[in-house]
Design a protein. Structure first.
Length: 137
């Protein structure tokens, strides 16, 4: 995360936090089992280099470069969060959240309106939103 989010990420239970504005993650970690890639592009390419042989890259952003995955001898998958069975996946996420197994941060709860959706998208696209936007019906 960036410098501004270090305390937030630590408060969510991270054992170690890498401030990407000061330290490229690929220079301080290696041989990890799993990387969940929410960005794609250059970050995904660098993520392939920190995985151990037969490690797993799970991309939720874009399909991974399978040639690069083969070159690094890793298992790479694209996990689409919006699918025909989205309700089942969302229920699984909700249970993990309620059980405290995963944590998230909510930036703002907004009313269901075009302006709210536009605001959430605009803010999220900056890449610096600290948490999730909830659109409440």
């Amino acid at each position: 995360c960036s410098t501004n989010n270090v305390d937030t990420v630590k408060s969510m239970g991270a054992d170690e936090v890498i401030d990407y504005t000061k330290t490229p993650f690929e220079t301080v970690i290696s041989k990890v089992d799993v990387v969940i890639d929410p960005l794609g592009g250059e970050v995904q390419e660098k993520s392939c280099t920190v995985l151990k042989k037969h490690g797993r890259l799970a991309s939720v952003a874009v399909p991974p470069n399978m040639e690069l995955a083969k070159e690094h001898e890793i298992d790479a998958q694209y996990i689409r969060l919006i699918t025909d069975n989205a309700t089942d996946k969302l229920m699984q996420f909700a249970k993990l959240l309620s059980d405290g197994k995963i944590k998230t941060s909510i930036t703002e709860i907004l009313p269901f309106a075009v302006e709210s959706v536009q605001k959430a998208h605009t803010d999220s696209e900056t890449g610096h939103a600290k948490g999730k936007y909830i659109i409440q019906m």
